[in-house]
Structure formats: structure tokens, C-alpha cells
Design a protein around this ligand. Structure first.
Ligand code: ATP
Ligand code: RIB
Length: 295
């Protein structure tokens, strides 16, 4: 039995570190450059596996030079990649600028991720064995809907990170158990700038929501319960890339272990706070002993 299945993207992150991100027409000189395995799907898989989850990943890498290191990072973190396809052509890439305040701007070019348009019968068999299916929006929407519906059919909890932000079709919301947008995505989905108002609006469409609020922590809301804000540890962020993915992957593990939701959110916030203090996505994600020690 696989506890957590991730249906999502793998990207090689091409990261430039700069004092401030260039405006349109501007050229700035960067301090450093790194290639770091990332992608929202792979990040959530890595975070969940390092947090102690039994994790498998469905997605695709390309036949270019990035395919092997993307696979390697997943395997080295303990993620089962038997159903990770290889598609002829380039892997997904994310072109990231990280500024001196730890903020980022990202352009994602889907590459191989764009070839994952539907589930195979083997994908559905794997999903059927899981406790939870983690989904994001860096694969074609058809595959995301297919995956969520398959999970729903088999009574598997679906956790959707609606990023990059885009309108969500009703058929996807109908099979989403837990929605985890950041503040900007929550506003984009509802038009409400206040997270409490956004959560209230989202609860009309899904039964449970966690809105991540960056350094301010997260807001948990469930139908029929009082919303709760869970604070984040106070730390100095050097690079927030992958913080949301670390939060979701770790949260899924804690919920799968049956922890009460507030305790699970604290544990996820501890993991994400460790992540923001180090550069990169997969490179910054903590292992379980470190999370336990910090929490
Ligand atoms: P990402 O930068 O990965 O896109 P995101 O925008 O999806 O992140 P955020 O709400 O910014 O999501 O952050 C996710 C979680 O990470 C927060 O709920 C919080 O627990 C943690 N986090 C983010 N920034 C900080 C910070 N500066 N200090 C402490 N924790 C943070
Ligand atoms: O959520 C962070 C991720 O978003 C990065 O690793 C990058 O690949 C982009 O997809």
C-alpha cells in the first residue's frame, strides 16, 4: 500500500540569484546561478517522503540532460518512480529569479509535463491503493481532473494545490477534499482579498481549505467548524521557493498518520520554515528528524 501518490510536474529549476528582479526592458547582473530539481509535483513528493511518508510519483521527465537528475532526486529521497514516464523531448523547466529578500518570480515551461494528459490503467490502480492523492496545476488540467476523479471513485482523499493560479472547473472542485491555495491564489479564485472571506467563499465549493499566508502561517477552515490561524515560526527567509510544496507534502504525511489537523499544520509550518532558510526547492526540504527536532 502506498500512503501518498503525487500526480504532478517535475521541473529543472534554473535559478538566478539577484539583488532585485529586473523590470521589463531592464538587465541586471546576478550573483549566482544554480540548477536545482523542482516542479510542484516532485517537490511535494520529495517533501512527503523526507517527512516519513510512503510516496509514489506519477508524471513525466524528458529525454534531455535534465531527465536523469530529476529522476535521481526523487529516488534518493525515497520516492517510488515506477510510473514516472519518459517523454521524447525536453523536461519541464522553471526559470526562477530569487531576490535578496528571498522572494521569487517564476516562468514555467512544461516540456514533458505537457504530455501527461490522462491516466493509464496502471496509474489508477496505484491511486486506488493510496490514502491521499496530491495534485497541483502544472500538468494538463485533463490529467488533474482524471486523477482526482479516479481518487474519488476509490475513496482516496484528494489534496489540490491550485498553482499556478487559474480558474478551477466545477468538475474538479466537486472531487477535491482539501484545497490548499496561497493567499494570492485564494484571492484569484474568489475575488476576496481577506483570507477569512476567501476561505468562506471556497467552503461553498470544497469541504476543507488551508490558505497559506507566508510568514503569517496558515488559515484552516472546514465546513461546520470555526476557522483557525496556525502561526509560522519566526525565521529569516533566504529563498521561499518550494515552501508551499514542503508545507503540503509534510501536511499530507501528518494527516495520513492521523494527527489532529492543528498539530499537523504546526508540523507542516515547522518543515516549511526550515525550507525557507535554505536556497532552492528540493535542496531545502527537511528530513523527519530535523522537523521533529525543530517542532
Ligand atoms: P512558494 O514560495 O513555495 O510559492 P507559496 O506562495 O505557495 O510558497 P506561502 O504561503 O508563501 O506559499 O508559504 C507556504 C508556507 O511556508 C507558509 O504557510 C508558512 O508556513 C511557510 N513560510 C513561507 N514563508 C515563510 C517565512 N518567511 N517564514 C516562515 N515560514 C514561511
Ligand atoms: O513551487 C515551487 C516550484 O514551482 C519550483 O520548484 C518550480 O519548478 C515551479 O514549478
Amino acid at each position: 500500500m502506498t500512503g501518498i501518490v503525487v500526480l504532478g510536474s517535475t521541473n529543472m529549476d534554473l535559478v538566478a540569484y539577484v539583488a532585485h528582479a529586473p523590470k521589463r526592458g531592464e538587465t541586471v547582473t546576478g550573483r549566482a546561478f544554480s540548477t536545482i530539481p523542482g516542479g510542484k509535483g516532485a517537490n511535494q513528493a520529495v517533501a512527503a517522503a523526507r517527512a516519513g511518508g510512503d510516496v509514489a510519483m506519477i508524471g513525466a521527465v524528458g529525454t534531455d540532460e535534465f531527465g536523469a537528475p530529476l529522476r535521481h532526486t526523487l529516488v534518493a529521497s525515497g520516492v517510488d518512480i515506477d510510473l514516472l514516464r519518459t517523454a521524447e523531448g525536453p523536461s519541464g523547466t522553471a526559470h526562477i529569479v530569487v531576490d535578496d529578500e528571498g522572494g521569487n518570480a517564476i516562468v514555467v515551461v512544461p516540456g514533458a509535463n505537457g504530455t501527461v494528459t490522462a491516466l493509464t490503467p496502471g496509474d489508477e490502480t496505484l491511486i486506488a491503493t493510496a490514502d491521499a492523492l496530491l495534485l497541483q496545476l502544472e500538468l494538463p488540467l485533463s490529467a488533474v481532473i482524471d486523477g482526482a476523479r479516479a481518487a474519488h471513485r476509490h475513496g482516496v482523499r484528494t489534496v489540490l494545490t491550485p498553482a499556478p493560479a487559474q480558474p478551477l472547473p466545477p468538475e474538479l472542485l466537486a472531487v477535491t477534499d482539501l484545497l490548499v491555495p496561497n493567499e494570492h491564489e485564494a484571492t484569484a479564485l474568489t475575488g476576496a482579498a481577506d483570507p477569512h472571506a476567501a476561505a468562506k467563499a471556497l467552503l461553498r465549493q470544497v469541504p476543507e481549505v488551508v490558505i497559506t499566508l507566508g510568514a503569517a502561517g496558515s488559515l484552516h477552515a472546514r465546513r461546520g467548524a470555526e476557522p483557525v490561524i496556525v502561526p509560522a515560526p519566526r525565521v529569516t527567509a533566504v529563498d521561499t521557493t518550494g515552501a508551499g510544496d514542503t508545507f503540503v507534502g509534510t501536511l499530507a504525511v501528518a494527516l495520513g498518520e492521523g494527527r489532529p489537523v492543528e498539530a499537523a499544520l504546526h508540523w507542516a509550518a515547522t518543515a516549511a520554515a526550515l525550507c525557507v532558510q535554505r536556497p532552492g526547492a528540493s535542496t531545502s526540504m527537511p528530513y523527519r528528524p530535523e522537523i521533529d527536532e525543530a517542532s
